[in-house]
Ligand binder design. Sequence first.
Ligand code: NAD
Length: 519
Amino acid sequence: MSIPGFLNESSTDFSIPQHRDDMERALRTVALQLGRAYRLLIDGKALTADKTFQSINPSRKSQVIGEFPCADVEHVDQAVRAAERAFAAWSRVPAAERARILFESASEMRKRKNEFSAWLVNEVGKTWREADADTNEAIDFLEFYAREGLRYDGTHAVTPVAGERNGIVYIPLGVCAVIPPWNFPLAILVGMTSAAIVSGNTVVLKPSSDAPAIANRFAELMFSIGLPPGVLNLVTGAGSDIGDALVSHPRVRLLSFTGSKAVGLRINELAARPQPAQRWIKRVIAEMGGKDAIIVDRDADIDLAASGVVASAFGYQGQKCSACSRAVVDRAIYAEFVEKLQSLTDALRVGPADDYESDLGPVINERAMSTILDYIEIGRREGRLVSGGGDALPDSGYFIRPALIADVDSDARIAQEEIFGPVLAIMKARDFDQALTLANDTEYGLTGAVYTSDADKIERAKREFHVGNLYINRKCTGALVGAHPFGGFNMSGTCSKAGGRDYLLLYTQAKSIAEKIID
Ligand code: NAD
C-alpha cells in the first residue's frame, strides 16, 4: 500500500453558510445524546461502579453532559492486568495492522468532524473554531503517528561489522498509563493514546473528569475500527482518588501525562519509587504548564503584534499551555501598544460556546473561575487593570471578561504563576536585552514569540529565548503536528516533542541485535 506524505488537516471555514448549517446540525445531534450514563471499559467489558460523577457544560451549568463511573483502586488494577494480558498479542501484531487502526480512525473522525467538535463545544466550552482546531489536531496525530509507526518498524541499519549481521529494532515497552488534561481533550488524549498503541503498547486511559464524554467517544471509535479489547482500557474518576494507584502500579511500564506542574511532579516522584515485584524503572513522559511570553520590540509591526498577542492570550479563554500570559513590550511603543491591545480586547464577544458569534466561551469549571477571578484581584494590586475582569456576564455559565493588566513587575505573582485563564500581564522593557531577560524569568519554558523586524534581534532570540517552541512574528499558540513539534523546557516538562519525528522513541525501547554469520 502506498501512503501519501503527511499533510495537516484543513480547518473548516465556518463563514461558508453550508459549513455553518452542518455544524448547527451536529450540535443538535449531540444535544440529543447529552445526559447519558457511561461505563468503564475494561478488557472490552462495560462496567459500572458504586459511585458516579457528572460532567457539566461550562456554558450552561444546569446541563449535564453525562454521568460517569468513579473507578476505584480495584478497577485500576483490573484495567492494568487486562492491558498487560493484551500486550502479549498486541506487541506482536504487525506494525502495518497497528497503523491501519490509526489511519481508519483518522478517516472516520474526518467524516464525523463536526460531531466530535460539537462534543468539545458542549463538554469543555470550546468555540466552534477552537473545537474544529482540536479535532483537526486529533486527526493529524492519528495520521502522523501511523506513518511514524511504520517508519520505526523493521530492522534499522547500524555500522557494519565484518562477519556479523547487525541491526536495531524498536520494540514496545508494555502497559502505558495515559493521563491527559481537559484543555485539548481530544487532540492530546488521541495523540498520547495513539502514539502508545501504534508503537505496540497497551493503554489504561484515565481522562480528565472535566472531559470524560470526549474520551468515551474516542474509545468507541477505536473499538468500532477493530481495536482488540484490552488494548485500550478506559477508567474514569478523580485523579486524586485513583491517580496514585495507577501511577504506582507495578505492572505499569510507562506513564504519559499532560497536565499541571504540580501533578506532573507528583507523578514523576511516585513513578520513581519501585514497588514490590516491579521489574523496571518506569518511564515518565510529562508535559506540563507554561507562563509563556511574547516580546514586542520597538521595531515590530505593532498591529500584527497586537492581534498576535490577543489571539495567543485569549484563544480558548487563555486555557492553553501555550497561551501568552505575559506581553513584554519595549518602552518606546508601550503606551501605544497597550491602547491597541485594549481596543482589540474590548471588542471580543464573550458568550456560550455553541453560539457561532462568540469569540470566547466559558472557563472550564467553577473552581477555575474562582481561581482566575482571585488572580485578577491580585493583578489589580500588582499592576493596573486596563480591561476586563470579572464583569457580569450571563451567569448561566463560567464566563470571565478577558483581563489586561499593565505595568506588572517580573516578580509579581501574575507574572510568575500559571493562571490558565484569560488574564494577560503586560510588562515594560527598557530594551531588547531586558525584554529577553524578562521573558526568560520564569521556571517554565514552553512557548514564546518575538515580534521584531530586526534580523539581529531575531538571531539573538533564536539563541537566547529558552523555550521549547519559539515563534517569530507570529502568535505563540496553534502548533501544528509535524510542522511545530511541541513541548517545553524546565518545569514545562520532560522535553518531549509531541507531533515530532522522535516522539515514538519515547514509547519504545531499542534492541540491538548482532548475529554472527556462520557459513
Ligand atoms: P491537571 O494536572 O489538574 O490534570 C491532568 C490530568 O491528571 C487529569 O486527567 C487529572 O485527572 C489527572 N490527575 C490529577 N491528579 C492526579 C494524580 N494525583 N495522579 C494521577 N493523575 C492525576 O491538569 P489540567 O487542569 O487537566 O490541565 C491543565 C494543565 O495542563 C495546565 O497546567 C496546562 O499548562 C497543562 N498542559 C500542558 C500541555 C503541554 O503540552 N505542556 C498541554 C496541555 C495542557
